[in-house]
Design a protein around this ligand. Structure first.
Ligand code: NAP
Length: 287
């Protein structure tokens, strides 16, 4: 069997067109949806990420503001900038690009973002909302994975999903989202005794580790859906995921490629969260 591809670029195109339509509808009501992206320091990867995010906003008709600060910006000054953005009516979503320089407490900065503008979904209020099934913002990467499963019409109810990785931004929220859809969820991590014994039981595997070839063909149940969140470099310096793509695609039923899978979906869900934030604000001010 050769797995079918879940194409993150194609799905992103569809979802971004929907965002553009929603943005146009808001603009017709006098509301221009706005995202502020805050970058501190010169991290080259972060610079690429923020550039892509700002461009994606522009392409979908969202207003975006990129605030760049030197690496020696003080924590107090960054917190003051976040507070100013919290109070700026033209800004509906705030994203502080991580990682931050070591002298800044990243969690403190995230907690300073107003939950109504937390389009990255990292605030503790957003995490609590996801855990309790209340309205909030879902972290973009696992939210994008859920959209990919939805796009193939996959019914999660009663299925066994194995998530490899337990970070606050991918693994844990991913597990909660799958649970909310009534999958039976196993979370694996670096201390899992026999990873293959877990993944071989899985109807769905989400790999979010950051190491090449964490998931190989012998670890996958025939026909399973494999979502590869990982972003690594292979020996030739090319982008690759956590999954041995060539081997696993011969066993799995569905698979996401790297590049062109979860990566574009992450930015797309940022746009979706931002338009959602703007719509909520507009609805609240209309009542
Ligand atoms: P992270 O915070 O480093 O977490 C990695 C997780 O993998 C940890 O929970 C760790 O376990 C677990 N792990 C490490 N080695 C393992 C092993 N051999 N077997 C099983 N589990 C193992 O990373 P992250 O932020 O979640 O990101 C994970 C990957 O996704 C990275 O490659 C990152 O670049 C990528 N990513 C991609 C996107 C995208 O848009 N495509 C977005 C976000 C992240 P412990 O908790 O026990 O240490």
């Amino acid at each position: 069997m050769t797995a079918q591809l879940i194409d993150g670029n194609a799905l992103s195109k569809t979802l971004r067109a929907e965002v553009a339509t929603r943005a146009a509808a808001l603009k017709a009501r006098g509301v221009v949806p706005g995202l502020a992206v805050v970058l501190v320091g010169e991290n080259p990867a972060s610079q690429v990420y923020v550039r892509n995010k700002v461009k994606a906003c522009e392409d979908s008709g969202l207003h975006s503001v990129l605030e760049k600060y030197p690496a020696d910006l003080s924590e107090a000054d960054l917190l003051a900038r976040v507070e100013a953005l919290n109070n700026d009516p033209a800004i509906h979503g705030i994203l502080v690009q991580l990682p931050l320089p070591a002298h800044i407490d990243a969690q403190k900065v995230i907690e300073a973002i107003a939950p109504a503008k937390d389009v990255d979904g990292f605030h503790v209020a957003s995490a609590g909302a996801l855990m309790t099934g209340s309205p909030g913002f879902w972290p973009c990467t696992p939210y994008g994975c859920m959209k990919m499963l939805e796009s193939i019409g996959y019914e999660l109810r009663g299925k066994h999903a194995v998530v490899i990785g337990r970070s606050n931004i991918v693994g844990k929220p991913m597990a909660l989202m799958l649970l909310a859809k009534s999958a039976t969820v196993t979370i694996c991590h670096s201390a899992t005794a026999d990873l293959g014994a877990m993944t071989r039981q899985a109807d769905v595997v989400v790999a979010a580790v950051g190491k090449r070839n964490v998931l190989t063909a012998d670890m996958v149940k025939p026909g399973a859906v494999v979502i590869d969140v990982g972003m690594n470099r292979n020996d030739e310096g090319k982008l690759c995921g956590d999954v041995d793509f060539a081997g696993v695609r011969e066993v799995a039923g569905w698979i996401t490629p790297v590049p062109g899978g979860v990566g574009p979906m992450t930015i797309t869900m940022l746009l979706v969260n931002t338009i959602e934030a703007a719509e909520r604000t507009a609805a609240a001010s209309a009542t």
